[in-house]
Design a protein around this ligand. Structure first.
Ligand SMILES: [Cu+2]
Length: 203
C-alpha cells in the first residue's frame, strides 16, 4: 500500500503542473485574441457614419467590425398587407473572425425577426433564421428581396416612400449599430412577403 500511495502522489503533482501550464497557455491565447480585436476596432473607427452616430447616449461601447451598406425598408403604404415589411442592406465583415447578426429591433415594429426566403416543398417561403445571419471572416451577405431580410412585423404606421425608419442591429461580437433607414417603394414580386411565391423568379 505504501508504494501505491507514493505513485499516487507523484501522479497528482504532475497533473497539477500540467494544469498550470495549460492555464498559462490559454492566457496567452486570450491576449493575442484581444489584441486582434482591438486592431479591428481601430481600423473601422474612422468610418464617418460611426462617428456621426457616436454622440447618441445609447451607443454601444464595442466598435462593430461589420460594415452596413445601402440599407432600405420596403414601403407598404397602400399595399395589400401594410402591417409588415422587410429591411434590406449589405453586411460586410472585414474582420478576421466570423460575426453573426443575432437580432434587430425598430421602434416602428411590434416584432422584428431575421428571415430568409428558401425553397420549401417546391415553393418559395420565408422562415426565421434562429441562429442569426453569419458573416464569415472577410466576407459578407446581401439582404435583399427573395433572400435574407430583417422582417418588421406589427408595423404601427405603414411606411411610405420618403419616410425614415430606425433600425438597431445586434451582432455576436457585442456591438450594436443604430441606423436611420430610408423607405423605398418596391413593386416587383409582391408575393415575396405574402403567400409563397410561384417559383418563377428566374435570375
Ligand atoms: Cu420575412
Amino acid at each position: 500500500m505504501h508504494a501505491h500511495s507514493t505513485t499516487h502522489r507523484t501522479t497528482s503533482t504532475t497533473s497539477t503542473t500540467t494544469r498550470t501550464l495549460r492555464t498559462l497557455g490559454l492566457g496567452a491565447t486570450a491576449l493575442v485574441l484581444t489584441a486582434a480585436l482591438a486592431a479591428c476596432g481601430e481600423q473601422s473607427a474612422p468610418d464617418p457614419e460611426s462617428a456621426a452616430t457616436s454622440p447618441s447616449s445609447e451607443t454601444s461601447e464595442v466598435t462593430s467590425a461589420v460594415v452596413v451598406g445601402d440599407p432600405w425598408v420596403r414601403a407598404t403604404k397602400g399595399t395589400e398587407d401594410p402591417s409588415m415589411t422587410g429591411a434590406f442592406m449589405t453586411l460586410d465583415n472585414p474582420g478576421a473572425e466570423p460575426v453573426t447578426l443575432v437580432s434587430a429591433s425598430s421602434s416602428v415594429a411590434g416584432t422584428t425577426e431575421l428571415h430568409e426566403m428558401a425553397m420549401l416543398d417546391g415553393a418559395m417561403s420565408m422562415q426565421a433564421v434562429d441562429d442569426g445571419i453569419v458573416l464569415e471572416a472577410g466576407r459578407g451577405k446581401v439582404l435583399e428581396p427573395g433572400g435574407f431580410h430583417v422582417m418588421l412585423m406589427g408595423l404601427r404606421d405603414a411606411p411610405a416612400p420618403g419616410d425614415e425608419v430606425d433600425l438597431s442591429l445586434v451582432f455576436s461580437d457585442g456591438s450594436t449599430q443604430d441606423l436611420v433607414v430610408p423607405v423605398k417603394a418596391f413593386t416587383e414580386e409582391e408575393g415575396h412577403y405574402h403567400a409563397p411565391g410561384t417559383g418563377d423568379h428566374d435570375h
